[in-house]
Design a protein. Structure first.
Length: 366
């Protein structure tokens, strides 16, 4: 499809000359004799680039640019045409989005090259707009992936928090509360960031919920998920995940770990890391996952998190995430929820550097 260029100039000979040059180079051309006429035409005609005269009656170039920007009429590149060299007007034009200038008169080769450059800029603008829309859609998608950030039953309190590195991230959390007060929960991290990661988190969420229809045992759940993910995500991608099942009848935690950072169990005696780890989800279709059993002593809490928290560094790029986490867990006289909120506060304080998506889930078991 031919690129369409709008020429806005009050001098008819200039319009005809530029039209001849551009048409001869394969471009479609639409013309206007001033900014006011151009505004009327641009509402009905989609163009890829505007060549704009600085000095015109009724509405000059700067007035046209201000009107376009203030009313968000178009974002196409603008090449300014001017016979003057007023530095203030030139600076103002650049502020209003003009990408380049040509003089009156100008060599044909120069005109065509600067038009070509402007069209390349336009392609970048269009691509950025496409990415912006895609990111917006992906952000909306992720909004519906996550359950409520907090939930409460007679035996369980759940609190979650997630901070994506960019607009959207590759972390996922989910939980299901059963009528008998059992709860199954998942914290996962999809490799990569941005749009692809958001799409993969949607797949992981769907696979997790489908697997729950076949089994509630964490190791079996992971095996089912792994088989499905190995067929639905690229070979170079993978998912780390921790899945836990709390059973209030025998007061134990059953869990499986697929290459994920080992969570901590917090209780009145301090805290302990939950041992056991198997391979990532995705790369090995027939991988096996063990279900571990951890007895819970009275009121306990499980703190699961993604590796973005461990990857936090200070201003000197020294890793401090793990030590920061342990320092908070060692604090006495604070509840598990208070420690959870303090970790969150430390991460968002602006005093550390976050290099990856950060997600936490705290499951308080009565």
């Amino acid at each position: 499809m031919k690129k369409k260029i709008m020429i806005i100039d009050d001098e008819e000979p200039i319009r005809k000359l530029l039209s001849k040059v551009l048409s001869g180079s394969g471009y479609d051309v639409v013309t206007a004799s001033n900014g006011k006429e151009a505004l009327e035409k641009i509402e009905a005609v989609s163009v890829d680039l505007i060549m704009l005269d600085m000095n015109m009656p009724e509405m000059d170039g700067l007035h046209f640019l201000r009107t376009v920007r203030e009313n968000d009429i178009t974002h196409v590149p603008v090449l300014m045409i001017s016979g003057e060299a007023n530095p203030e007007n030139i600076v103002e034009s650049y502020k209003l989005g003009v990408y380049d200038f040509i003089r009156k008169p100008e060599q044909t080769e120069v005109i065509l090259k600067r038009v070509e450059n402007g069209l390349k800029i336009g392609e970048i603008i269009n691509f950025n707009e496409f990415i912006r829309v895609e990111l917006l859609m992906a952000r909306k998608l992720q909004k519906y992936l996550f359950p409520d950030p907090a939930a409460k039953t007679e035996r369980v309190n759940i609190n979650t928090w997630s901070l994506p590195l960019s607009d959207i991230g590759g972390d996922l959390y989910d939980y299901v509360l059963f009528r008998d007060d059992r709860v199954v929960f998942l914290v996962a991290d999809v490799s990569g960031h941005s749009i692809s990661a958001a799409l993969y988190t949607a797949i992981v969420k769907m696979v997790f919920r489908n697997a729950l229809q076949k089994s509630e045992i964490p190791g079996e759940l992971m095996g089912i998920m792994n088989q499905e993910l190995s067929k639905n995500i690229p070979i170079e991608s993978f998912v780390t995940a921790f899945c836990g099942l709390f059973d209030p009848i025998d007061h134990v935690l059953r869990y499986a770990n697929a290459g994920h950072p080992k969570p901590y169990c917090l209780n009145r005696n301090g805290f302990i890391q939950l041992e056991g780890n198997d391979s990532f989800l995705g790369p090995i279709a027939d991988a096996q996952y063990k279900t571990y059993t951890f007895p819970l002593d009275g009121a306990s809490s499980i703190l699961a998190f993604t590796d973005g928290i461990l990857d936090i560094v200070n201003d000197d790029e020294k890793p401090i995430g793990h030590s920061m986490l342990l320092d908070v867990l060692k604090l006495r006289g604070k509840s598990s929820l208070e420690k959870f909120k303090l970790i969150q506060k430390n991460i968002t304080s602006g005093e550390v550097v976050v290099n990856d998506d950060c997600t936490m889930m705290l499951v308080d078991l009565e």
